[in-house]
Ligand binder design. Sequence first.
Ligand code: ADP
Length: 480
Amino acid sequence: MFLKRLKALSRSLAFRLTLWYAGLFSLSSCLAFVFFYFLIINVLRDQTDANLHRQLNAFRGIMQVEGITGVQQVAAMDALAGGDRKRLIRLLSRFGTEFTAAGTEYWQNVGVNAEAIRSLLTGGRPVIETVILRERDDSLRIIYGMIGPGIIMQLGQSLADEIRLVIAFQRLFVATIGTLFLLAAAVGWFLARRALSGVGGIAAAARKISAGDLETRVPVSGRQDEIDQLAETLNHMLDRIRTLIRGISEMSDNIAHDLKSPVTRIRGLAEITLTTDPSGDGYENMAASTIEECDRLLEMIKAMLFISRAEAGVREVRSEKVALKALVGDAVSLFETTAADKQLRLGFEASNDAPVKGDARMLQRMIANLLDNAIRYTSTGGRVDVSVATGIDGGARIEFRDTGVGIAAEDRERIFERFYRCDPSRTESGSGLGLSLARAVARAHGGDISVQSTPGKGSTFSVNLPPRPPGPDPDATAAR
Ligand code: ADP
């Protein structure tokens, strides 16, 4: 159990982030320490060398003033004062033989560097070297220099203090790096957990949603960080999905309801004919009504397919030149008889050709639907006026004004939904698909339809179309 949890922990993002954070922090601290380590060693070495040079110069001065005896006396006193472990002083002849020594007891294994003597005798500058005494675990920095004619001084200084300092630094380094790693891991863990705290919430919400609870939303902490942005985007997406699902379920209810009525009517008529008309005279009537109902059903199915195509195929809309003045004018002419039958005055005006690019067949259906509605929902003696003009963005604006029944405020947005019909219209024939089809066509062309209405007085449906549908212009592409 414990091992399992440990394994899961080691795979977690927080754990890996913590390791990265602690590792990088420790590595950069190590680099800084190594830099300081070499800096300290160099400074100490330079100090020791400068010291040795100074002492050699001092002995040179004593030699000039007091001669070899003076040098021997000062050397003996110096070795005594410093302690024999600190100092090595030898006076050597030009052949390297020792004739005076101080502090040699401890450093007796340190010999004379013949190479250094040779370099001095050929006029070279003082020579400095480091001698390590492994058996004593000690080291000595030595300078060779001429202090008088034919007299060479071998002056050594123990590096014990320097080594002690370096060892102390190394210990401090190990302790500090260890502490820094633990500290960085703790801070890294805290930061990673804090940064990823929202991810746990998102995962929990996603689990609930996939279990079927579509009302759950991802918690937003309010910190406005990337996790909050992700949570807000997810919540927005979930709202959209819920609306879509509701729409789909409402639509399937409507489809079931609206398809049920004609089928029920066909069945009812067939049943009545069978049971009440054994002579078979009513069979002709039944066949005619069945064809009528079937046509209506087919119309509805075709309209639904057309809407789906228009809604899905924003990019599939054909882009041909369409003069809306002519297209709307033709539609108005077609509906003149229907309007006259209802004793309606049907007017049409166009300020210009209103050319747009689009799918003429789709636009024709949109215009016919809006005109048909305006005539159907206007009672005898009313007026229907259609106008075409240039739109705000250089496209076109088509208006359908009627003096009909009007639409209540609460219905105005819903009338564009599939199968939605306002209550007063239920007496009129219709499928509730005309406006959703018209809006799908307008939107597929990059435009839209709006409505203004006063119940009892009339309505105005306005279609705004841009000069061309969205997406690449096939003409422009072909011209290239
Ligand atoms: P249908 O006309 O087949 O019922 P539509 O989708 O064309 O379906 O219209 C939806 C509803 O909007 C109609 O049932 C009607 O109530 C209302 N409507 C549409 N056009 C008008 C109009 N010009 N005047 C009043 N009501 C309208």
